[in-house]
Structure formats: C-alpha cells, structure tokens
Design a binder for this molecule. Structure first.
Ligand SMILES: Cc1cc2nc3c(=O)[nH]c(=O)nc-3n(C[C@H](O)[C@H](O)[C@H](O)COP(=O)(O)O)c2cc1C
Length: 246
C-alpha cells in the first residue's frame, strides 16, 4: 500500500439502483434524475506536495508520479487529454495514449489527417492533461507538438498488434463514414489482404507527435480545496518552479 495514497470519498452516498440505470423505463429515468453532479464532492486528504520534495527536472518528477499512478492500480494511467486549437483559436480535446516520455518531450501516435492533426499543422501549441482522479492528482503539460521522425513512427507501428495496424489503415480518422458496416467491410478487406503474420506497412498519414514541454504543472488534491499546484516553467537557463493558487 503506498503511503501517500489519498483518501478520496464522496460526501453523499448513492444507493445502488435496483433498476438498470441505462434503461428507458420510468424507474431508470427517476434514478438518473437522483444522480446529481452538483452534490458530488470528493474529500482529499493526501499528503501535500512541497517544493523541497520536487525533482530538479519536471520529467523526473513526472516519472515519479507516473510510476505511482501505475502502482496505485489506476486504469490506463498513460491516457491523457490532448487539447489543440485551430488557427482561429477554437479549441478541441480528446483522449490519447502517451507512448513515450523523456527530457525531449512526450510522445503520442495518431492520424496526421485527423482533426487534431489538422489543428496541430495550423497551430502547434497543445496541452496534455493526465486526469489521475483516483489518486487526487493531475498533471498538465503545455508545449509545442512536432511530428516525430518517420523511422521512430515505423518502429512503434511494428510493435502494435496486427488488428490495430489494420485499424489504422481502415479508419480515415475524424472523417464521416456512412455506416458501421462500411467500416467493418473495409477492415475485412484489409484482413484478407494482410492475414495475421503478414507485415503491415505503416500508413503514410499515421505517425507520432512529440510535445516538447514548456510548462509542467503537478496538482495534488488537499483538504478544504487548498490543493497544491507546482508548475515548472522553462527559462533560458533551465527550469523554474512556481506555486499557483488552487
Ligand atoms: C482511452 C483512449 C485512448 C485513446 N488513444 C488514442 C491514441 O493514442 N491516438 C488516437 O489517435 N486516438 C486515440 N483515442 C481516440 C481519440 O480520443 C479520438 O477519438 C480520435 O483520436 C479522433 O480525434 P480527433 O477527431 O479530435 O482528431 C483514444 C480514446 C480513448 C478513450
């Protein structure tokens, strides 16, 4: 059991609904009305985050917290919300998976022709948010996204399961598709062309982005909403750390 695991609990308890809460019945509608997000409050009692405990380098600090998140049993601790904005500043967000990180940045893989890919081409400034609610922590990285080299993309693509490789070819990510059947038919065609064990090339429109971090904020939930927020900011000479009001 990790020593600094926060205790997070709801102020209100909601008795388990005796009905299928997803159903279209009057009982289910009533049960859903009773689940009011305005009354949901988690209490955080975690040990704090102090300047003296921080690593000198934000990626070293991220590494410590990432390991803690994984060891805490959080589901997909590498899932992060990538926010982008188009040239007019209109934002959009979606979850993606972190696949690699180091002092040179945080790497994810996607379709360059997707909405996010088009927005990054117009405006490379993005944010990555790790929502580690289960341990009352959050990390927010901001920086500039640049495509990774083709060799790096190909090396990662090779490590993916066969079905995921085919899925990348079958899906023109973010474009509209007439039906589920059309998507399944495309996948079936590809599966016939590339049976299991056959080498699948990386699609040209698919690849990685490396987000070179300019700020990295570590948020730790504390009691009475007096959370700790420590933000590393890149300067000409290295990293500076600022404490932000919660
Ligand atoms: C847990 C989770 C992980 C995901 N990981 C990725 C990913 O690594 N790359 C990706 O392109 N999409 C991923 N997606 C799908 C994206 O959230 C999104 O639907 C897709 O990338 C299209 O986004 P866009 O139209 O805004 O470009 C993931 C979704 C979830 C819920």
């Amino acid at each position: 059991m990790l020593q600094d695991m926060p205790v997070s609990q709801s102020d209100e308890t909601h008795a388990a609904a005796p009905v299928d809460i997803t159903a279209d019945s009057p009982e289910a509608h009533r049960a859903r009305r009773e689940l009011d997000p305005a009354t949901m409050r988690a209490r955080y009692r975690a040990k704090g985050l102090l300047e003296k405990d921080l690593a000198d380098d934000p990626v070293e600090q991220f590494d410590r917290w990432f390991h803690h998140a994984a060891e805490s049993g959080l589901h997909e601790p590498n899932a992060m919300v990538l926010s982008t904005a188009d040239a007019r500043g209109r934002p959009s967000s979606r979850t993606v998976l972190l696949k690699q990180y180091g002092t040179d940045g945080f790497v994810l893989f996607t379709n360059y022709g997707s909405r996010k890919g088009r927005e990054i081409a117009e405006n490379p400034y993005v944010s990555l948010l790790f929502p580690w609610h289960g341990i009352a922590r959050q990390v927010i990285v901001t920086g500039r996204a640049t495509p990774v080299g083709r060799a790096e993309t190909i090396a990662y693509f090779r490590s993916r399961p066969h079905g995921s490789k085919l899925g990348c070819w079958a899906s023109e990510q973010s474009s509209t598709v007439a039906s589920r059947e059309e998507l399944d038919a495309l996948y079936a065609e590809l599966a016939a062309r590339y049976p299991e064990g056959e080498d699948v090339p990386a699609p040209p429109q698919w690849g990685g982005y490396r987000v070179v971090h300019e700020t990295v904020e570590f948020w730790q939930g504390r009691e009475n909403r007096l959370h700790d927020r420590l933000r590393y900011r890149r300067t000409d000479t290295g990293w500076t750390v600022e404490r932000l009001c919660p």
